[in-house]
Design a protein around this ligand. Structure first.
Ligand SMILES: NC(=O)c1ccc[n+]([C@@H]2O[C@H](COP(=O)([O-])OP(=O)(O)OC[C@H]3O[C@@H](n4cnc5c(N)ncnc54)[C@H](OP(=O)(O)O)[C@@H]3O)[C@@H](O)[C@H]2O)c1
Length: 293
């Protein structure tokens, strides 16, 4: 099976490149070899590679910058996934795409299910929501995995590495307590994706067609950023290097950002687990594994 993977230098794409290659030959592309801002490049790539599976891990993920670079974010997050899905369907190939918890407004106080009303409160969320619609409109064999708070220890500026770094520099860390979500280890999400593909085996197109739709796939459970930071420090392999003595709760309003964030975006992933007969590990279990503990 030939697999076209887009976005291989990203947190998730990097892991997918490793998880998918036991299932087929992976043709992996990233910017600038493929620029999702240009529809003709996308069409050309898919027609050239002739994959049986298209996996799109690329996205415009700079949530704050998306408020000003709206045109770019829209082309990459909304238009491009629709074209990928359309071209995949022309070849009767499966399309796997990723979306976000930021399609919700964050007003709920219990885990979001797939049928909950969407209502993004920033441009990134709006562009990703339109991407979902356009993938669905292509009417092919698709799975959209909505995920949340993706992390990887490879990502220098990511939350996990930032907390480890701050803990080595400061005695007191102020971390927001009023944002609650589901931390998702990029490798775990890549493994879930590969396992889903493996379930389909030689009948992947029919298998995905019969279960096509949107699924929530994120680290199981939810917690605040403050609690997440505490857990990161707990699983730090070198606690002796930490200078930090105290973690203090802060409010999001103390750190104003150009884009608003939903305050609550925990995802209920039962539909994914039941449909594909897979287990999504708890956020803490994944964090411990990610940190080498
Ligand atoms: N990160 C999160 O917390 C989070 C939360 C919820 C959902 N998600 C979703 O999960 C998926 C994976 O996210 P991630 O965290 O792995 O993203 P990431 O690390 O930011 O990686 C994004 C990838 O997209 C590529 N890309 C950006 N612009 C492109 C363009 N014009 N053409 C082609 N490729 C382009 C990037 O390439 P360069 O590095 O060369 O720019 C990079 O490889 C995305 O769909 C994202 O929306 C992420």
């Amino acid at each position: 099976m030939r697999i076209l993977l887009i976005g291989t230098t990203g947190q998730l794409g990097w892991e997918l490149n490793r998880s998918l290659n036991v299932l087929g030959e992976v043709a992996a592309f990233d910017y600038p070899e493929i620029d999702l801002e240009h529809p003709e490049m996308i069409r050309d790539l898919i027609r050239r590679v002739q994959p049986r599976l298209v996996v799109n891990a690329a996205a415009y993920t700079a949530v704050d910058k998306a408020e000003v670079e709206q045109d770019r974010a829209w082309k990459i997050n909304a238009i491009a996934p629709g074209i990928l899905a359309e071209e995949a369907e022309r070849l009767k190939a499966v399309c796997i795409h990723y979306s976000t918890d930021y399609v919700f407004n964050g007003q709920k106080r219990e885990p979001y299910v797939e049928t909950d009303e969407t209502g993004p409160i920033n441009f990134y969320g709006r562009s990703k929501l339109e991407g979902e619609h356009l993938v669905q409109n292509a009417d092919g064999a698709y799975v959209i995995l909505r995920t949340s708070w993706v992390y990887s220890l490879r990502q220098q500026g990511g939350f996990v590495n930032k907390v480890l770094e701050w803990a080595r520099q400061r005695e007191v860390l102020r971390i927001v307590e009023d944002q609650v979500g589901s931390p998702t280890w990029a490798r775990m999400l890549a493994e879930l994706t590969a396992s889903l593909v493996a379930r389909g085996g030689g009948q992947l197109y029919d298998y995905v067609s019969s279960g096509r739709g949107i699924y929530h796939a994120a680290g199981s459970g939810g917690l605040s950023r403050l609690e997440w930071a505490r857990a990161i420090l707990r699983y730090d392999l070198h606690p002796e290097q930490q200078r930090v003595k105290k973690l203090e709760p802060a409010f999001s309003s103390e750190f104003p950002t150009p884009a608003a964030r939903p305050l609550y975006s925990v995802l209920n992933c039962e539909r994914f687990e039941k449909t594909f007969d897979l287990r999504i590990p708890g956020w803490e279990e994944s964090l411990q594994l990610a940190m080498g503990g």
